[in-house]
Design a protein around this ligand. Structure first.
Ligand code: ADP
Ligand code: ZN
Length: 293
């Protein structure tokens, strides 16, 4: 039984074929241009496997419509990427493939991957953040995504500007210097430092500032949800020294108010590393297939 995974990102789409164990058989990637072009490449890729393909799992950039009863369910909605605004993603797939399609946000898909196969395995409450081009967050409670009128937008949570960072105006066009994404995502790092995160040496004092923003995120998440684990992935977390800095800043900030699980198991990076999204989409596809009977 084969499942398909589509990680729809703002710069590229990663498509994969795999099985219910999350084993990836083939993976390709296409640049995100306009829907006609990108979706054509996606559909052509899966056509090859059509005979054995049982379901698709999509983790998409957003905002997206996740409400099954809505007329625009399965659409990308108000994205700043104009060509993709109000694009019927699930409907487009359904035209070519008469199989179940699981539909969620990119970060929810990665959260699900960690929940099924990674550092959230066996736990009942898992929160996952990606710190990359943006900051995104997704939460699972007993295997279900936490959501209401829409999916969470945790990346834009309020943060207090760091005392050594008062002059930085932030990089979020909506929330200035009080927004986690605007202060701590890759583009904010580049705007403030004049170079990309991967080019900043590990002993640069900037990393302490970055760690304190991420610690604020872990602090807010802990007080809001008391989850079993908080997982931080994404390009910026490739800085391996960050986790320990985050632990220390978090401990100081929390000031013993809440007794969390041991920080080495509580604030962690993804066990699946860059495969969390793909494996999550495969697992979501499998779930969609199960529920279609
Ligand atoms: P995306 O968020 O687009 O899916 P990534 O999670 O890879 O992709 O995030 C890309 C961002 O992460 C870029 O802003 C990049 O500068 C930053 N980044 C990538 N690698 C590193 C690294 N080793 N250290 C710090 N920042 C990094
Ligand atoms: Zn913001």
């Amino acid at each position: 039984m084969l499942f398909g995974s589509i990680e729809a990102g703002g710069t590229k789409f990663v498509c994969a074929i795999g099985n219910e164990k999350g084993e990836i058989k083939e993976r390709v990637s296409f640049p995100t241009t306009v829907p006609e072009e990108t979706m054509k490449a996606v559909i052509e890729f899966f056509e090859t496997y059509k005979k054995d393909l049982k379901a698709l799992g999509v983790g998409s950039f957003g905002p997206i419509d996740i409400h099954p009863a809505s007329e625009t369910y399965g659409y990308i909605t108000s994205t700043p990427k104009l060509a993709w605004q109000n694009f019927d993603f699930v409907g487009t797939l359904k035209k070519s493939f008469d199989i179940p399609v699981a539909w969620t946000t990119d970060v929810n898909a990665a959260a699900y991957g960690e929940y099924v196969f990674g550092n959230g395995k066996g736990l009942s409450s898992v929160v996952y953040f990606t710190v990359g081009t943006g900051v995104g967050g997704g939460a699972l409670q007993e295997g279900r995504f936490v959501e209401g009128f829409s999916h969470p937008e945790m990346g834009h949570m309020l943060v207090v500007p760091h005392p050594d960072d008062k002059d930085f105006e932030g990089a979020c066009p909506f929330h200035g210097n009080h927004c986690l994404e605007g202060m701590a995502a890759g583009p904010a790092i580049e705007k403030r430092n004049g170079r990309k995160g991967q080019d900043i040496p590990i002993d640069d004092p900037f990393w302490q500032i970055e760690a304190e923003y991420i610690a604020q995120c872990a602090y807010n998440t802990t007080l809001m949800m008391s989850p079993d684990v908080i997982i931080f992935g994404g390009g910026v977390m490739k800085q391996r020294h960050m986790v320990e800095k985050v632990h220390r800043a978090f401990t100081k900030m929390m000031n013993s108010y809440v007794k969390t699980p041991d920080l080495d198991q509580y604030i962690v990076t993804p066990a699946l590393e860059d495969n969390a999204g793909t494996m999550g989409c495969l697992a979501l596809a499998k779930e969609a297939e199960l529920h279609s009977h």
